[in-house]
Ligand binder design. Structure first.
Ligand SMILES: [Ca+2]
Ligand SMILES: [Ca+2]
Ligand SMILES: [Ca+2]
Length: 320
């Protein structure tokens, strides 16, 4: 984690907090179903947790904006009546991320750690359909200061508290209440990504876990990919290493060995659909290291989008 801290200090500040998900990820929507949802529609636990990091250099108030927080209309995935309620809750303060139970994938234990700063529950409400709701203003220092994650950290938990429909939504971390105005050097990340794939099979989605210097091997786990093509890894040393893929309503894992050149870089995990007529595919993915700790996916990849370097992969391997 120390190395991650130094990276944040040394890297030129080039990231702008863009939408979550970012343009580079090419993910149309985050997705969270109501608690009575069918897991075979693609959400395993009806809860999604995201974190936002604000660099210490930014001292003005910030806003967390949610696009389409309601559950109705063209963006959402209805089953029968639109009877779903989703709560969005913003947390800051001590423990918001430093509490270990905030960094797991299970919505159990003390995952709502920290200070509750604001919360609102949405249902089928035309006022928020295809529209924004804004949380804040928050003073950056209301977050939890964790330099290893990029500064002051805020957490937002989206939880399907009733119903069985899928809520599709996005976030934007902004300096303005009524406008999406990015914060230089900010970022967002999650430890478990639940999202909607594009219906266009030529459209590739990406997520970017950060491989810190203590990772020797990792295990990726994905849920309900519906055998919709290939999930593969691009890194400085991997040119499309394939991940185990899930079918309908199941988890599949695969293990991947970290090359030493991959330490302190990001992976590009690509979701490449096949030419099937699979529509509205939702998928969940998380990664653990060899200690079982969850790795963060940064929406603006740390160190930039990795490029495969042929010269690394052809180096002779030391004999064991
Ligand atoms: Ca319903
Ligand atoms: Ca929605
Ligand atoms: Ca699915």
């Amino acid at each position: 984690m120390k190395i991650l801290f130094f990276l944040f200090l040394l890297l030129p500040v080039i990231t702008l907090s863009q939408p979550t998900p970012t343009v580079e990820e090419n993910i149309p929507y985050l997705v969270t179903f109501g608690k009575d949802g069918d897991t075979n529609w693609g959400d395993d636990d009806f809860c999604q947790i995201f974190f936002f990091s604000i660099p210490r250099s930014h001292t003005a108030p910030i806003y967390i904006r949610v696009f389409d927080p309601d559950i109705y209309g063209e963006n959402d995935e209805l089953k029968g009546n639109a009877d779903t309620k989703t709560s969005f809750s913003v947390y800051g303060g001590k423990g918001c991320i430093s509490d270990k139970e905030a960094r797991t994938i299970h919505p159990s234990g003390n995952y709502k750690s920290g200070n509750l700063l604001s919360t609102k529950t949405f249902d089928a409400n035309p006022a928020y359909d295809n529209n924004w709701y804004t949380f804040g203003p928050f003073n950056p220092t209301e977050g939890e200061l964790m330099p290893e994650y990029g500064g002051y950290i805020f957490k937002i938990i989206a939880e399907g508290v009733a119903g069985n429909d899928g809520n599709l939504y996005r976030y934007f971390l902004s300096t303005k209440a009524n406008q999406n105005n990015p914060i230089e050097g900010a970022n967002s990340f999650t430890f478990e990504y639940s999202f909607r794939l594009d219906n266009d099979y030529k459209s590739i989605s990406h997520i970017y876990p950060y491989i810190d210097d203590k990772v020797i091997s990792l295990k990726q786990s994905n849920f309900d990919w519906d055998n919709d093509g290939v999930i593969r890894i691009i890194s400085v040393a991997k040119n499309g290493e394939e991940c185990g893929i899930s079918g309908d309503n199941n988890w599949v894992t695969s293990e991947h060995i970290i090359d030493k050149e991959e330490k302190n870089t990001s992976y590009d995990i690509q979701f490449i659909k096949n030419n099937s007529l699979q529509k509205n595919n939702n998928v969940v993915l998380y990664i653990t290291n060899q200690y079982g700790e969850f790795l963060p996916f940064f929406t603006s990849p740390i160190g930039g989008i990795p490029k495969y370097k042929y010269s690394i992969s052809v180096k002779p391997k030391k004999s064991k």
